[in-house]
Design a protein around this ligand. Structure first.
Ligand SMILES: *Cc1c(COP(=O)(O)O)cnc(C)c1O
Length: 397
């Protein structure tokens, strides 16, 4: 997955354009910038690549989620349905706005279970946030049907699945809003950065203002601009955007390499009796950044994960026992352990996560092991890795 593996002359050239003018900010300084508008250029190119009308770049994927929710008018007491398996950024962005994260089970897609989503809807629900974890997607058709029936917003977190598609559409472009991260370990990176895509002119304008202190960006005198509503600072710098522009050009090549490497690993693992694979919803195409597979039981999964490490196979993850990606590791969220007091809406509305029953999620996550798919591996290296994985896993079954 990591785009830093293919960092090179193209990124240096883009950054040098910015360094030569010294204008590190994406707005203003028109006369000094020698016509370089890296953030704007990235936004135009990214929106086009993602078949969406608009893109708003921001400072991180977490900022993208926050800005997307804010742009759609989500605020205090609004409930946002999110999965038990995701990165902590999901609930961070929701809590940031005073909104209430409602955690629900995942299924064998390792993403939101549509039945669990439906069961969690209350009069306060405003948004469903599927997270396309580890390269593959949620059942977007089922989720969209639910959102349409109940008048809810569908916000896709596509941070780990950039370039994957569903019903022919790029992931992130199917819902009302889609979010991406370009942090250092994502498929394409700009060091730190993120993006929101949408077809809604209103959401785009809201996002544009919100991520820059409410600036309306009308005219060319920043100081004289007005602020129609309260905002914040989630801006990306021109330097980071420049790196992202070079990386975006490499995305399709990265996806092809990932697919080749993924296929070699998957074919090898398919030969092991007892190994099965995560379900990809009909109409979906992965971005091939991870191979995700199930062992027959939690104990077999733990043994397989250990055997892989002992055999020197790197970058294999057992999320079930991980601090950052599964509810089991989030005692700070479960105990509402924040630095300052949380808002009364959050305190009164949040489910008791220490008592909630996520046994359905446990049943899938306990059995899941994921192997990262690197871009830099040669075909010979992937074949060697695939054989080593096969041997290690077979040895514990
Ligand atoms: C990386 C990631 C984010 C957050 O992105 P940052 O740029 O690191 O803030 C959000 N959601 C998911 C699923 C991610 O993997």
């Amino acid at each position: 997955m990591p785009g830093f593996e293919v960092f090179g002359a193209e990124e240096r050239k883009q950054v040098n354009d910015v360094l030569e003018t010294g204008v590190l900010m994406r707005y203003g300084f028109d006369g000094m910038r020698n016509n370089h508008w890296k953030a704007k250029e990235f936004e135009t190119a990214f929106a086009q690549r993602m078949q969406s009308n608009y893109c708003q770049l921001v400072s991180s994927g977490t900022a993208a989620l926050t800005v997307a929710l804010a742009a759609a008018g989500i605020g205090a007491g609004d409930e946002v349905i999110m999965p038990t398996f995701t990165f902590v950024a999901s609930f961070e962005s929701i809590l940031m706005l005073g909104a209430v994260p409602v955690l629900v089970d995942i299924d064998d897609t390792l993403t939101l279970d549509p039945k669990a989503v439906e069961a969690a809807i209350t009069p306060k629900t405003k948004c469903v946030m599927p997270v396309h974890m580890c390269g593959s997607m949620a059942d977007l058709q089922a989720l969209k049907d639910i959102c349409d029936t109940h008048g809810l917003l569908l916000l896709e977190d596509a941070c780990q699945a950039i370039g994957g598609t569903y019903q022919g559409k790029p992931l992130g472009s199917y819902g009302d809003l889609g979010c991406f991260s370009f942090d250092y370990v994502k498929t394409i990176t700009c060091g730190e950065g993120g993006g929101v895509i949408t077809n809604s002119e209103k959401y785009k304008l809201n996002a544009d203002h919100y991520q820059d202190h409410g600036h309306d960006h009308i005219g060319n005198d920043r100081g004289a601009e007005t602020h129609p509503f309260l905002g914040y600072n989630f801006r990306i710098s021109e330097m980071n955007a420049a790196v992202g522009l070079a990386q975006l050009d490499k995305l399709d090549g990265i996806l092809r390499t990932q697919e080749r490497n993924y296929t070699i690993v998957r074919e090898a693992l398919s030969e092991i009796d007892g190994v099965t694979f995560r379900r990809v919803p009909e109409g979906g195409v992965e971005n091939y950044s991870f191979v995700n597979f199930f062992l027959p039981s939690e104990s077999f999964a733990q043994k397989a994960h250990k055997a892989l490490a002992d055999a020197g196979v790197d970058a294999c993850f057992y999320w079930y026992k991980n601090n950052w990606h599964y509810i089991n590791g989030w005692e700070h969220l479960r105990d509402q352990n924040s630095l300052g007091p949380l808002s009364s809406e959050i305190k009164s509305q949040m489910q008791d996560l220490n008592k909630a029953d996520f046994s359905k999620s446990d049943a899938w996550m306990g059995r899941t092991v994921s192997s990262l798919v690197k871009i830099g591996w040669t075909e010979t290296q992937v074949r060697e890795r695939a054989e080593a994985m096969k041997k290690a896993i077979a040895s514990v079954l």
